[in-house]
Design a protein around this ligand. Structure first.
Ligand code: GTP
Ligand code: MG
Length: 469
């Protein structure tokens, strides 16, 4: 038996609802004994070998036959949590499943908290903290890129990189501390030039990791795209065209869209949350005015904004003003803006005119499309991916993507401490100060994998899990 926990926990591990089967997980020192109390079959579960499956009946404490089940027995530490575990598969009805869980509670389990199985896996050394977080990410993954990134994290690629960084720092620190012990003898064991080299190398490695976060965040959470512009330019038509579905109402009436509409699409494995908004204009209509107010909020919170213009006519002064203002405000928020000239099926749009418009509005990118015929949508999709994650580069084995705000934050703090170390070196101060800053960096890095951790960090992480994981 392995494991730190003294109590045995249970939860339904499959989604709540009706399905072919449901799985109930039981983990803890008494897992085998507790399930055995309700299990009637050919074997004594407390004596069953690890990783074996057993068919039997499951009965409640008052001897009611609740269901026929399969009990999958794991002997700790050879289980997900590292503890004794039984997974009970029963028929997938919510009522039956709950009855079995109730019985297990009466037999001596307690209800598991969200993420508690994975928390135990972490506490029992089955995985480090970043890997435990990857489990939640993988469960929540909605696109191919986020699946890949979570799987990479789960595989321990970030852990390995952090481990190397930490090992390097530990070496340097021990050299410095050794030197402090011999200080009165005037020995200089730690060659300051080599300390500097090492710290600088660590900083540059951390910078690479930090630099991957913009992409990583997008892989994990998706990108918010906001369609904005004057009424009737074809924003809703464009949403429908990108979705390939008749989602938003489209009419020739200016001011059709009132409420914002949000839909998910996946392009090139990246998740985009596309938001269609009410056309921006001054209006006395109360409902529409509220729509316009919401549009403005949406625009300012977009990761990428598609500023849509009607390409079949020259934009009026009001429209140009609005567009110019939008581009300027968005630049301040550093959200990329793509100028989309729609309805190009109606007129020939010369490239020269496109350029002029781009320059006039100070928008770096102009794409011409027709929401009606679908012309230009492919290049719009390319521009979207490009704006969101930059030019596509093949993921190589060695590239590690940071996807979590928590990891990013720890890396940034580690980098800060290392930068202080360089300052201390520049100021020619004593090794004592160097060691303190290096230790600080070491600690920040340790938070990522959980070598250094607090209850607050753990609670924060595992509370985001679903129950049963
Ligand atoms: N010819 C042509 N007509 C289009 C195109 N895109 C949209 N339209 C027409 O333009 C009109 C307005 O389209 P919508 O998609 O409702 O425009 P909107 O920007 O969402 O308008 P509001 O919701 O009022 O802000 C409709 O009659 C569409 O059929 C296009 O690419 N070509
Ligand atoms: Mg609309």
């Amino acid at each position: 038996m392995a494991g730190h926990s003294s109590d045995t926990i249970t939860a339904i591990a499959t989604p709540i609802g009706e399905g072919g089967i449901s799985v109930i997980r039981v983990s803890g020192p008494e897992a085998h004994a507790i399930v055995a109390k309700g299990f009637v079959g050919n074997v004594d579960l407390t004596k069953a070998e690890s990783q074996t499956a057993h068919f039997g009946r499951f009965v409640s404490p008052d001897s009611t036959h609740l269901d026929d089940v399969v009990a999958l027995v794991y002997q700790g530490p050879n289980s997900y949590t590292g503890e004794n575990t039984v997974e009970v598969s029963c028929h997938g009805g919510l009522y039956v499943t709950r009855r079995i869980v109730d019985a297990l509670i009466e037999y001596g389990c307690r209800h598991a908290e969200p993420g508690e199985f994975t928390k135990r896996a972490f506490l029992n050394g089955k995985m480090d903290l970043s890997q435990a977080e990857a489990v939640a990410d993988l469960i929540h993954a909605k696109s191919e890129r986020s699946r890949q990134a979570s799987l990479q994290l789960l595989g321990g690629s970030l852990s390995a990189r952090i481990g190397e960084l930490r090992d390097g720092l530990i070496q340097t620190i021990s050299m410095l501390e050794l030197e402090l012990d011999f200080a009165e003898d005037g020995y200089e064991l730690a060659d300051k030039k080599s300390v500097r080299d090492k710290v600088e190398r660590a900083i540059s490695q951390i910078d690479t990791l930090l630099g991957s976060y913009q992409k990583g965040r997008v892989y994990r959470d998706g990108v918010k795209i906001v369609l904005a512009g004057m009424p009737n330019v074809g924003k809703s038509s464009l949403l429908n065209a990108l979705l390939m579905q008749d989602r938003a109402i489209v009419t020739e009436v200016a001011g059709t869209t009132r409420d914002t509409i949000e839909e998910n699409i996946i392009i090139d494995g990246v998740l985009f949350r596309v938001v269609d908004t009410a056309g921006l204009r001054e209006t006395i209509d109360k409902v529409e005015a509220e729509g316009v107010r919401r549009s403005k909020d949406q625009v300012m919170s977009g990761d990428v904004v598609l500023l849509v213009l009607d390409g079949s006519r020259d934009p009026g002064g009001e429209e140009l003003d609005l567009a110019r203002r939008l581009v300027r405000d968005l630049k301040r928020e550093s959200a990329p803006t793509i100028l989309v000239l729609n309805k190009i099926d109606l007129v020939q749009v010369q490239n020269g005119r496109l350029k002029t418009l781009g320059t006039m509005l100070d928008a770096p990118e102009v794409v011409k499309v027709s929401a009606l015929t679908g012309e230009g949508l492919d290049s719009l999709r390319k521009s979207l991916v490009n704006a969101a994650v930059g030019p596509m580069v093949e993921q190589t084995e060695s590239s590690v993507t940071v996807t979590s705000a928590r990891h990013f934050d720890s890396l940034r703090r580690a980098r800060g401490r290392l930068a202080l170390t360089i300052e201390t070196l520049n100021a020619n101060q004593s090794s004592e100060f160097l060691a303190v800053d290096l230790r600080g960096a070491l600690e920040s890095l340790g938070e990522i994998t959980g070598v250094v951790t607090t209850d607050d960090i753990l609670n924060e992480i595992f509370s985001k899990f679903c129950i049963g994981k």
